[in-house]
Design a protein around this ligand. Structure first.
Ligand code: MSP
Length: 639
């Protein structure tokens, strides 16, 4: 069976980041999975290089568009090997074969009367590179770019998209798999409840020259979305290449929710107009945030794939991204979250299981995986075998449906079962009993066989780790040609393999000290006056109760406070002109608990208390402490 799977083609106005990495890693994983299932696969990614945004970015970088797109496209291409992503074809919309395909399609659609010339006045968002409808605006602004769109009136060419509205609704309703997860299918159907407008597909060269010239009017270039979507056809040689005949009927696209409308509405109607079948499936995922905040250049919290891989290693990054995001929903990236997965799921559950099992096979079976004698199986053994068969079926179903987090959950259920199986069967005890030797060999054979199957299902997700596992099991040769149907099939476990040295699959990782590694983007954030969430979290704010307060000798400004936080703290505060010591007793205040101690009038102050200050007209200031609800206990954290 053929599989054709694509990522969006990424704009070259920004460098690759976590979001691009995620989409491309899941597409790579899916393509490796389909290969494992026996398909011939074509996996395509690429870069979107025309349009206003790119022209502007090039101008900003003081570069010609051509030189600029070459530089950034190269950055994308260099990123994929770092992530172990192996596309079969990387397209650039500035490639000659793409320009030719776009012009050929424009000519065809124009000739058959689906493109017309007209005047248009509307609200244009430069960020989206499209006109927005009134309904899409939130408080008069584009909800994605938070800017007011500009009113623009000009003559342009239009694609008769509205003509295909009824057909599209019908197609979506008849094919539940066309757009998934369902929430996005519903979103598209709701949008199609309103009459669809025709699509403006040109830009006058007076305003933009960095685009593909319209073949029938050289005063215009092609609108970037009409150009970009066609990449999915160019890459397989539309219309004459045999690749096109083989792969177009099975085309699947992977995108995030931001570009749902062009893919779910523009693209199928364009295809219909060309007389082609629409793609088979559109997989839509949510957005990655960072520490629960939108990732953005201005916040200085953009995560770069190269830095991630350098810090955690490629397989933990791939595993984390697939396991952490419920496909279709947003997810939050944080170093705590990735460390937790690395230590618990990888180092502990899988890594320990692997090294324990192999060490025992080394010790109790002289490093050769015993053959499984079916006559000796006990109930727990059969349960384990069934669990692996079950895992194989469920894993395949979830991977096919793009529910990677669920597929991995299924694998980890078996990993937990295997860890329990070791405890229950205690091979080290069996080894002490001469009459239990056959039993011991069965337990070891089942452990080794199970680990082989786990290596096979992990191959699409963590290719390097899976190969390491197979090598250590002495099954490297069988592994390179392994197929999914071998999982759950005990006859297919490579027989009597000789184990190699036991590797450590994943090191346990410690949390980096903030001081040693300032949070990413700190420099940029400092320049913009913003701090990121990690910097805010570095402040330790706590509720503290005033146990005693007294004036500081020779100072009319300072009070010495003794606080219960809940350990005792002395804090010197400049509040003597606003409070008497008596009125502060038992009050609960906000303490900055991790401030370096400082000496004030000979007294060591171990922190500070927070207050609001307001300058008054007479040149003095009003100062009031921040009091906390008395119900809160001393020491409570504030965040
Ligand atoms: N050039 C268009 C796509 C044309 S496809 C015919 C474009 N490019 S883009 O560079 O903006 O890439 C958008 C895509 O990048 C998203 O659909 C998604 O795949 C990925 N992501 C960008 N930011 C993301 C997150 N924060 N989280 C997850 N994925 C995100 O739009």
């Amino acid at each position: 069976m053929p599989t054709y799977i694509t990522t969006p083609i990424y704009y070259v106005n920004a460098q690759p980041h976590l979001g691009h990495a995620y989409t491309t890693i899941i597409t790579d994983t899916y393509s490796r999975f389909r290969r494992l299932a026996g398909d011939t696969v074509r996996f395509q990614t690429g870069t979107d290089e025309h349009g206003e945004k790119i022209a502007e970015a090039a101008a900003k970088a003081d570069s010609s568009p051509r030189a600029y797109v070459d530089t950034i496209a190269a950055l994308f291409q260099e990123t994929w090997p770092l992530l172990n992503v192996q596309p079969d074809y990387i397209i650039r919309t500035t490639d000659a074969n793409h320009v030719e395909t776009v012009q050929r399609i424009l000519d065809q659609v124009h000739r058959q009367g689906d493109i017309y010339f007209s005047e248009y006045a509307g609200l244009y968002c430069r960020g989206c590179e499209r006109f927005l409808t009134d309904k899409e605006l939130v408080e008069g602004k584009c909800p994605d770019h938070l800017v007011e769109p500009e009113p623009i009136a000009e003559q342009n060419y239009f694609f008769r998209m509205s003509k295909y509205q009824d057909w599209l609704i019908d197609h979506i309703k008849k094919h539940p798999e066309f757009i998934t997860p369902e929430r996005y299918r519903n979103e598209v159907l709701a949008f199609l409840d309103e009459p669809l407008e025709d699509l403006c597909i040109s830009r006058p060269t007076s305003r933009l020259t960095w685009g593909i010239p319209l073949p029938f009017d050289r005063n215009f270039v092609t609108y970037v979305w009409f150009d970009a979507l066609i990449n999915y056809l160019t890459g397989i040689g539309y219309p004459d290449d045999p690749l096109f005949t083989e792969y177009w009927p099975v085309a699947e696209h992977v995108i995030a929710k931001d570009i749902l409308k062009p893919h779910a509405i523009y693209w199928p109607t364009m295809l219909k107009s060309m007389g082609l079948e629409p793609f088979r499936r559109l997989h839509v995922h949510g957005y990655w945030n960072v520490d629960s905040t939108k990732m953005s250049k201005s916040l200085g919290n953009v995560i770069r794939p190269r830095e991630l891989v350098e810090e955690y290693g490629v397989d933990p990054v791939r595993y984390f991204l697939l396991r952490e995001m419920s496909f279709g929903l947003d997810a939050s990236f944080s170093s705590d979250a990735i460390l937790a997965r690395q230590n618990a799921d990888l180092a502990n559950d899988l890594g320990n299981l692997f090294s324990r099992s192999l060490t025992m096979i080394g010790k109790y079976a002289q490093g050769r995986l015993p053959r499984l004698g079916t006559d000796l199986l006990q109930e727990g053994d059969r349960e384990l075998q069934e669990a692996l068969q079950h895992m194989a079926t469920e894993y395949a179903a979830e991977m096919n449906a793009f529910r990677f987090h669920k597929a991995l959950q299924k694998v980890w259920e078996v990993i937990s079962l295997l860890n329990r199986y070791i405890v229950v069967n205690a091979p080290w005890e069996l080894a002490k009993e001469p009459h239990q030797q056959a039993r011991l060999q069965t337990v070891l054979a089942l452990l080794g066989g199970s680990l082989w199957m786990i290596a096979v299902v992990l191959k699409p997700v963590m290719p390097e780790t899976a190969e390491k596992m197979a090598r250590a099991l002495g099954m490297e040769e069988a592994f390179s040609s392994a197929t999914l149907d071998k999982v759950g099939n005990w006859e297919a476990v490579p027989p009597e393999a000789t184990l190699a040295e036991v590797p450590q699959l994943f090191p346990r990782m410690e949390k980096k000290k903030e001081a040693a590694a300032p949070p990413q983007g700190t420099k940029k954030a400092a320049a913009s006056g913003l701090i990121d969430f990690a910097q805010f979290k570095a402040l330790e704010l706590r509720v503290a109760q005033v146990k005693a307060a007294q004036a500081v000798k020779k100072s009319d400004r300072l009070l010495k406070l003794t606080l219960n936080a809940p350990e005792e703290r002395t804090v010197v505060a400049g509040i003597a002109q606003s409070y008497t010591p008596e009125e502060l007793i038992d009050k609960k205040v906000v303490l900055v608990a991790n401030l370096q101690p400082a000496k004030l009038m000979g007294i060591v102050s171990e922190g500070m208390v927070l207050a609001a200050k307001e300058p008054l007209e007479d040149g003095t200031e009003r100062l009031r402490l921040l009091f906390v609800d008395p119900a809160m206990s001393p020491g409570s954290t504030i965040s």
